[in-house]
Design a protein around this ligand. Structure first.
Ligand code: G3H
Ligand code: 13P
Ligand code: ZN
Length: 349
């Protein structure tokens, strides 16, 4: 089966009332782990690559690995998505490489740091849709800025700053109408990475869960029940994975992630794509540290890459079950980009 348009995977998820994990990849082991997890749980899946991943994999390797993935598991619907595209030029690169979906992150300027104005965001996102839809390619846009690396000010946003960058439900309706995007990434207080909470208990110093504005997701869903929302920064950063890292020489104090229950609440209110990168990084790093600590004389990379792949696969399986995509791979006949082209063209008339 060739790669499918992400839009179809999201539409089917909405029909079935479930969410789909979008897992970031940089290498063969992650792709294999995702595909094995999807195969074992019979899940449709979204695989995504950031600009950093394109650079690291030197693009052509990623393209060929994805071809291998769909050839090995022809019964699994897979979309290949560009994560946080920063310009039309980057989007074009991904499309030329065979991606079936792109994110135009117009919430930020091309430097990936400075917040754009609303008008700039609308203009660049609309241009992305005009470029991608005639080719049948799905487009994700983002309104509002995430915390952490996306906030334009570095990590540790104060509550007021963070609030000013959250997605405004009024603006969301206007943004979707003006741009025609297929999926809307919302900023509700999540951030990338393993440190998602700037809050500590003043008495005990214990890290507290990040404050999430779930009500914004509820409100957007109430106003636009057919809008597919995307939650970025959605790794749960499980304590047991961080503990393994710390137990075998790592130093990661004060981590915190997004509890699965909050993601599941989002899924009940229109979230269809859930971005997870950090959790697989943690699982792989912990497995490698543990293996090398316990086997100091081993030096064959297969010996530690194998357990890393297994550890990542376990995370993917758990997420696929928790998000509800498990069991849905065979529900529908996958579309081609040509099919999608026709749908976009007739919607324009
Ligand atoms: O956008 C965030 C993802 O976790 C990708 O991270 O830019 O380090 O590849 P990256
Ligand atoms: P995490 O860092 O929480 O895994 O988020 C990844 C993400 O949002 C990629 O776009
Ligand atoms: Zn993201």
């Amino acid at each position: 089966m060739p790669l499918v348009p992400m839009r179809q995977i999201l539409d089917e998820a909405a029909k079935g009332g479930y969410g789909v994990g979008a897992f970031n990849v940089n290498n063969m082991e992650q792709i294999q782990a995702i595909m094995e997890a999807a195969n074992e749980t019979n899940s449709p899946v979204i695989i995504q690559a950031s600009r950093g991943a394109l650079k690291y994999s030197r693009m052509i390797y990623l393209k060929k690995l994805m071809e291998a993935a769909v050839e090995e598991f022809p019964h699994i619907p897979v979309a290949m998505h560009l994560d946080h595209g920063n310009s039309l030029e980057t989007l074009k690169k991904a499309i030329d490489l065979g991606f079936t979906s792109v994110m135009m992150d117009g919430s930020l300027a091309e430097d990936g740091k400075t917040p754009n104005s609303y008008e700039q965001n609308v203009a660049i996102t609309l241009a992305a849709v005009e470029m991608a839809h005639p080719l049948g390619i799905t487009v994700e846009g983002e309104l509002g800025c995430l915390g952490g690396i996306e906030d334009g000010h570095g990590a540790n946003l104060k509550d007021d700053d963070l609030n000013a960058h959250l997605t405004d439900p009024d603006q969301a309706a206007d943004f979707v109408a003006k741009t025609g995007i297929d999926a809307l990434a919302v900023a509700i207080g999540t951030s990338h990475g393993a440190y998602k909470s700037g809050r500590k208990d003043p008495k005990t110093g214990e890290v507290l869960p990040p404050k999430l504005a779930m009500e914004r997701i509820h409100e957007i869903h109430r106003r636009m029940p057919n809008c597919h929302m995307v939650m970025h920064g959605s790794s749960s950063v499980p304590k047991e994975l961080v503990d393994i890292i710390n137990q075998y020489g790592g130093k990661m104090p004060g981590t915190y992630g997004i509890p699965l229950e909050q993601i599941q609440d989002g899924i009940r209110h229109g979230v269809r794509k859930i971005n997870v990168d950090t959790d697989s990084r943690l699982a792989m790093t912990g497995a490698v540290r543990k293996f090398l600590f316990e086997n100091p004389s081993k030096f064959d990379p297969r010996d530690w890459l194998g357990p890393a792949r297994e550890a990542a696969k376990k995370v993917y399986i758990e997420r696929m079950i928790a998000f509800g995509q498990a069991g849905h791979a065979g529900d529908y006949k996958p579309m081609t980009l040509d099919d999608m082209k026709k749908i976009y063209a007739s919607a324009k008339k």
